[in-house]
Design a protein around this ligand. Structure first.
Ligand code: SF4
Length: 404
């Protein structure tokens, strides 16, 4: 690769690292040596999960980090004093194909600052995907960040070639958008997300191709005062009304020469983690937005206990639940029991009465589950479920991330 192209790659991969629609935002940071590939931070390779659960490597870059807009939280904003670069369509196509042939990547994640106009930018993004598919027979995964203000026909064409389209919500309220991204319009963003959602449904019904891996979005956490409860309610709306596959929560990180209206510090990473757990409760555990709100304290998830445990501690009267009798919907509320463990319990109890050691084999979260369940040979003793110090006993050790 010639030095000029390598330099653009360094700049535009680095500029893309704040975009969280990619699972490497939660992955340990790996940094490649000089001239190497394989960094989650500098050289543009990130990891994402396909709809069938496979983890794949993506070339994650911006087409350009020039931008007409001046969103306060963005390192690429118009007034930011960063080094700028712009790929041509052909350069992105060549890089993608070459990396793909060498097995460095299995796909492309392409976003962009807005140059000239939303339509012009969207057209360039679409041309990359179109050229990859048509001129090079590229079969890899393509995720295109779409521009909300772009014309519908451009989005239609993008969906023909991309596996996934996404539009960033960025900030969950109009007030925050007006303050931190005054050139963005929440109603336009929501309308664009809605249109993509409708097109995906139509295309499925008509058996034609349009963003077959669905659409996702990203919301920035901690750049404004939006509570976790408000974020969860926004996500519930996006999942319920617009058929989104994923909402990504991206903890705000202070940027070089950041605007003075921004916080000086990132929120704790644990907050991002709790939001993902709350999101799972909405999507896989049958919690309503009100239930999830009920797991918060003053609208915020506790950092020391996961949201499901927080909810159970508030509603101890519902527990302990008998694993040999309780409905699936209620077993899903037992802290420490994941959806897979619950399904295994339901299958297993058709043949036998489950004892505590059976549950121990089905979940790694037995410590959290014990105060909330009854098994054939076990019942919480000594008023364990109601003990005042139960929360302290079950809280995550500081800095340790718990999975449920
Ligand atoms: S439009 Fe996108 S790239 Fe441009 S400043 Fe706003 S967030 Fe950054």
């Amino acid at each position: 690769m010639d030095e000029a192209l390598a330099k653009k790659l360094r700049i535009l991969a680095d500029a893309a690292k704040y975009d969280a629609s990619c699972s490497s935002s939660g992955a340990p940071k790996r940094t490649a040596g000089k001239g190497e590939l394989g960094s989650t931070t500098g050289a543009g390779i990130c990891h994402a999960y396909t709809p069938d659960g496979r983890c794949i490597s993506l070339l994650k870059i911006l087409l350009t980090n020039y931008c007409l807009f001046d969103c306060a939280y963005c390192v690429n904003r118009r007034s930011s004093n960063v080094q700028r670069a712009k790929f041509t369509v052909e350069e992105v196509v060549t890089l993608t194909v070459e990396f793909y042939k060498r097995n460095y990547i299995e796909g492309l994640f392409l976003s962009s600052g807005i140059i000239k106009s939303p339509d012009h930018t969207m057209e360039l993004l679409t041309r990359v995907a179109k050229s990859l598919r048509r001129d090079h027979g590229f079969r890899g995964y393509i995720h295109l960040k779409s521009i909300p203000e772009a014309s519908p026909w451009l989005i239609e064409e993008a969906g023909l070639y991309a596996d996934r389209l996404s539009i960033n919500v960025e900030l969950p309220t109009e007030v925050s958008l007006a303050r931190l991204a005054p050139e963005k319009d929440g109603a336009v963003i929501q309308h664009a997300i809605q249109q993509i959602g409708e097109r995906i449904v139509e295309a499925k019904a008509e058996k034609r191709r349009f963003s077959p891996a669905g659409q996702s979005t990203q919301v920035i956490v901690g750049a404004d005062t939006t509570t976790d409860e408000a974020l969860m309610r926004k996500s519930a709306l996006l999942y319920g009304s617009f058929n989104l596959k994923r909402v990504y929560y991206s903890a705000f990180s202070p940027i070089p020469d950041g605007s003075t209206i921004l916080p000086l510090k990132s929120p704790p990473l644990q907050r991002e983690h709790r939001l993902y757990q709350g999101d799972w409760l909405l999507r896989y555990y049958g919690f309503t937005p009100d239930d999830v709100a009920d797991a918060t304290e003053d609208g915020m998830f506790a950092l020391d206990v996961d949201p499901k445990l927080a909810w159970a501690l508030k509603h101890r009267a519902h527990f302990p639940l008998d694993v040999n009798r309780a409905d699936r919907e209620w077993l899903l509320r037992v802290p420490g029991l994941g959806a897979r463990a619950v399904d295994k319990i339901i299958r297993a109890r058709r043949h036998t009465r489950l004892r505590l050691e059976d549950i121990a084999r089905l979940t790694s979260g037995l410590k959290r589950a014990r105060p909330f369940l009854i098994a054939e040979d076990y019942r919480p003793s000594g008023g364990l479920t109601d003990r005042l110090d139960l929360r302290a006993r079950l809280a995550d050790p500081p800095k340790q991330l718990s999975l449920f």
